[in-house]
Structures are given as structure tokens and as C-alpha cells.
Design a binder for this molecule. Sequence first.
Ligand SMILES: [Zn+2]
Length: 110
Amino acid sequence: MLKPYVVDGGDMEEGACLVFAHNVQEARKVAWKEVSWIEEAAGGEWIYVRAKLLPREEWDYWFTIADQEKLKKEVPHAIEDPPACKKCGYWTVLNENGVCKYCQTGGEEL
Ligand SMILES: [Zn+2]
């Protein structure tokens, strides 16, 4: 089964992408191969590419963003530009209005 990973080039500030893969190594490889900016973000160094498994309780949400065809066939793939919160611009779990938990509560709790 594919699992959702967040992958960046060693510094999340420079961007991150969503990757569906079977394991961390595969997630890193898929991002390196498919995501145009990752090589530059990692300073051209594959070793700086990091992948982190997203929290289990969020998986159902991330699966809705996956390429459904590829998900079904278990083809690892990257989503370079996942939907971001309309208010803060971060990509995270969003509600039906396209807003994250943090912005939804007026920024009072994270
Ligand atoms: Zn937000």
C-alpha cells in the first residue's frame, strides 16, 4: 500500500511536496525524479532530500489528493503542488472550505 510522505530538500522553507510511496527511500527517489525544484532545493545533493511519513490520522485526507488511478495501481508518484490553506498558504489538512485547522479557529490553537 502506498503511504503519504512529505518530501523536501533539507529545508521545508524552500518548499515541500507530497509523495505517495511504499517507503521513505522510494519517496525520496520519486521526488528526486518527478519534482522539478527538489534538486535545486537540496543544493544538487540527493543526500539532503528528506521524506517524512505523514501522521496516520491524516492519511484519509491525503489519499483524496492522490492521483486515484496511480493510487489504485500502487504506482508511486509525487503531487508537486498540493492544495494549500486559503488563509495562511500552508498545505496541510484542510476542511471543506479549504481552510486549515489553525486558521479555522482564528489562530488560537494549533
Ligand atoms: Zn491556514
